[in-house]
Design a protein around this ligand. Structure first.
Ligand SMILES: Cc1cc2nc3c(=O)[nH]c(=O)nc-3n(C[C@H](O)[C@H](O)[C@H](O)COP(=O)(O)OP(=O)(O)OC[C@H]3O[C@@H](n4cnc5c(N)ncnc54)[C@H](O)[C@@H]3O)c2cc1C
Length: 451
């Protein structure tokens, strides 16, 4: 058992300085030196029953194995082990909230969990730098074809697995380029889009085909896919954002999060020069205090917003792990955010009653504090209005309240597909809005059922 965790502390943050990073759109995280990563990996306890692997990671990454290889400087072995279970570690090592770390046996001991995400990042970056990452071309084709609708992480993962098994895979996406929310949702300063291009070139070389700007159900009918392919995988995410239907919703200056994030990501990869939604010179109110809300905050701060605050209907989470989510579960607790460090102000327990405007343009939001009652599992159950209403002055409102989960029958009806065995759902389309790592794991699982 390693004892280095007594001397070597967990690395809490590797963010570039705020004053530097808000001036650009490069990744907010800086690099960690290889020797420092080896030290961090040496903190791993190599547990007999590794909860990080068995309960934490949806991909079942063999975390202790690659930690040991890194500690011993065997980077290539570490890469081989990581790539056995994870098809896109360059994405997860940048955007995953690291469910593995909250299941690490050092979590909650006061010493801090092993920095699995940083270790994973160094392994995959080293593998690319050394040319170890190769296209996985199938040994032979099995004569079957599959249409995958949606080229987000779930669709890409399903495509990889099916292609390796010999299927001829065609990915259809309504967007111009593959990546889904990795490309058009998550900001480029969290995930550099060049990494998606680099991975896509490998997938293309391995034989996967992509047909962009093609919306299934509109440009191409579901029945066409059923006729021309042996199977269809629906990985089209959760395309419907939650709305806030209160008086004043039709005012100008109230937009959905993806209108802001999609425009910004396209502009910063030169995919589009069109002016879209921008927070420049504006007082911005983000409604929704989750990851998407944070990303909207970070975006408008870079665009030159005068001020930005986010409000959430839900109560402020506790600062420490809630007793209802004990180790090794993913903890319900308040998380820090790069955007808060950059100037986003977050407020909780506020309900929006209506939007106010002048000459058709939003000028404010009327909000009222709410008090929550909790159920026996510690979950916020119902709320009551609790205090006088007040107006938050703003000239841009960004709705970041998540996306609606659709039932299987509705997904199929939208796309004009029948409900039969060779039509499968994967990722957020199957399970509702979640995480990149879960979408990848589900894409792989879905492909396995066809193989
Ligand atoms: C702003 C934002 C930030 C996020 N940040 C994180 C994060 O930091 N970490 C994390 O783990 N998760 C994050 N998530 C969640 C994560 O991005 C999703 O859970 C994940 O991308 C889901 O993958 P998916 O492949 O199922 O769907 P998506 O990524 O949504 O991909 C679906 C694809 O289907 C295409 N499509 C839709 N309809 C059609 C159609 N009719 N025809 C053809 N194509 C279609 C879409 O264009 C899209 O490319 C974030 C989400 C958002 C919105």
């Amino acid at each position: 058992m390693s004892r280095t965790f007594f001397e070597i502390p967990r690395l809490e943050h590797v963010y570039r300085p705020v004053s530097e990073r808000v001036q650009d759109y490069r990744e907010v995280e800086g690099a960690v030196l290889p020797d420092d990563v080896r030290q961090l990996a040496s903190r791993c306890q190599n547990c007999g029953l590794p909860f990080c692997h068995a309960m934490g990671c949806p991909l079942k990454n063999a975390v202790p194995d690659f930690n040991r290889a890194v500690t011993q400087g065997r980077w290539r072995d570490a890469w081989e082990r990581l790539s056995e279970t994870s098809p896109f570690p360059e994405f997860t090592s940048r955007v995953c909230p690291a469910l593995c770390e909250s299941a690490c046996c050092l979590e909650g001991t006061g010493f801090g969990a092993t920095n699995v995400r940083q270790i994973e990042k160094k392994i995959v970056d080293t593998a690319f730098d050394n040319g170890w990452v190769k296209p996985r071309t199938p040994k032979c084709r099995n004569g079957k074809s599959v249409a995958v609708i949606g080229a987000g992480p779930a669709g890409l993962a399903a495509a990889v697995k099916l292609n390796e098994a010999g299927w001829q895979v065609t990915l259809f996406d309504r967007n111009e380029k593959p990546g889904g929310l990795l490309r058009y949702g998550i900001p480029c300063f969290k995930l550099d889009k060049a990494l998606i291009d680099r991975r896509w070139h490998l997938l293309e070389e391995a034989g996967i085909q992509f047909q962009g700007k093609t919306e299934i159900g509109k440009d191409v009918a579901g029945s066409y896919l059923m006729k021309h392919f042996d199977a269809v995988v629906v990985a089209y995410g959760t395309p419907v954002p939650r709305d806030l239907k209160v008086p004043g919703r039709d005012l100008r200056g109230i937009v959905q999060a993806l209108d802001l994030l999609g425009t910004m990501n396209r502009q910063h990869t030169s995919e589009s020069t069109a002016c879209g939604v921008s927070g420049k010179g504006k007082k911005v109110l983000v409604i929704g205090g989750g990851d998407t809300g944070n990303d909207c905050g970070g975006t408008v701060l870079r665009q030159g917003a005068v001020s930005v605050m986010s409000i959430d209907l839900m109560p402020k989470p506790p600062t420490e792990r809630s007793e209802h989510t004990p180790w090794p579960l993913w903890p319900y607790k308040l998380r820090g955010s790069y955007a808060v460090d950059e100037g986003l102000e977050r407020f909780w327990g506020l309900n929006t009653l209506r939007f106010l405007g002048e000459n058709g343009q939003v000028t404010g939001a009327e909000v009222v504090p709410v008090k929550w009652d909790f159920d026996v599992n510690g979950k916020p159950a119902k709320f009551a209005l609790a205090g006088p209403a007040r107006v938050i002055s703003c000239d841009l409102v960004v709705l970041a309240m998540g996306f609606l989960r659709q039932k299987r029958e509705d997904v199929l009806a939208n796309l004009g597909l029948p409900d039969q065995k060779n039509v499968l759902l994967a990722g957020d389309a199957a399970n509702g809005p979640s995480l990149v790592v879960r979408a990848i794991a589900d894409g792989l699982k879905c492909a396995e059922t066809l193989c």
